[in-house]
Design a protein. Structure first.
Length: 261
């Protein structure tokens, strides 16, 4: 399993290192990072090998490919010649197929994972696909300490998982931004609107998680017949409301995921 080599440690690679550290999942001495622009935070972590020499890469048992889909081939070409023949590749690159990655890494086994940024606080979600059982187990070991893992049995579903999960934290943040702005439009100060919108959404998400209730039931618990919530939901759940809007948004993410591959 270890040492683990991260090819790329930007937002997602960095979030994973944060989450692993908080969970006590891997010692920093078990991690190596290859990144042409490592953050100062990473460089300050005692024990973490940042940009070790090529000869060191052969020690890696697991390689996490965490560069942009547009740059993955370059990262693969730089690292692959120095890796051990039995190193397993775990890719989080959106859209890029396991077959393409395996070819670029000399036929090594590949798992694909689509994580969310909440891995940084141990509350991520990770959709996972691997044809090879050992690669699947390796990807589980990387993500189970920081995410709830959903196993997919068809690689093609990684596109849908990206649209519904990997990208979705941004949908929620966009919702909170819009709610804050709507609060200001309704007369609240910016400060009060921010506090109300953020605290309300964070509390509602925590309740969804803690109660185990269906979101439709939680929605009903807020909605008094003929009351204020019903008035708002008649706008949000109209024929051109959330349902069709999110379906279109997820379909756009799926299309883009396919293009990135
Ligand atoms: N950010 C997310 O929420 C998220 C979620 C799921 C999956 N992903 C996937 O994770 C990957 C990384 O996304 P990100 O948001 O962390 O991007 P990012 O740009 O923040 O990080 C990528 C890092 O790769 C480094 N890099 C560039 N060329 C390299 C090379 N040749 N070798 C090694 N490192 C190199 C960059 O310096 C950068 O630090 C993407 O493929 C993306 O599809 C991102």
């Amino acid at each position: 399993m270890t040492p683990i080599l991260l090819l790329g440690a930007g937002r997602m690679g960095g979030a994973l290192i944060d989450g692993w550290r908080k969970a006590g999942a891997f010692a920093l001495s078990d991690l190596m990072v290859r990144d042409p622009h490592p953050t100062t935070e990473l460089q300050a972590l005692a024990g973490l090998a940042v940009n070790p020499p090529d000869e060191e890469l052969g020690r890696a048992k697991t390689v996490l490919l965490a560069v942009k889909p547009q740059l993955w081939r370059e990262a693969a070409a730089q690292a692959a010649p120095h890796l051990a023949p039995d190193a397993v590749i775990v890719s989080i690159a959106a859209g890029v197929s396991a077959a393409d990655i395996s070819r670029a890494f000399g036929g090594r086994h590949v798992a694909r994972v689509m994580p969310t940024t909440a891995v940084a606080i141990g509350q991520g979600t990770a959709s996972l696909y691997a044809a090879d059982p050992d690669a699947r187990a390796r990807a589980h070991a990387l993500f189970a300490p920081v995410a709830s893992v959903a196993d997919l049995d068809d690689e093609d579903l990684m596109h849908a998982a990206t649209g519904v999960s990997g990208s979705a934290p941004a949908y929620l943040y966009a919702f909170v931004e819009a709610l804050e702005a709507a609060g200001v439009a309704a007369g609240l100060s910016e400060d009060v609107s921010k506090t109300l919108a953020r605290s309300t959404i964070a509390g509602a998400a925590a309740l969804l998680n803690a109660s185990g209730e269906d979101p439709a039931e939680l929605r009903r618990q807020v909605t008094s017949p003929g009351g204020t919530t019903q008035a708002a939901l008649e706008v949000l759940m109209a024929d051109d409301g959330f349902g069709p809007l999110l379906e279109k948004a997820v379909a756009a993410a799926v299309r883009r995921s396919k293009e990135l591959g």
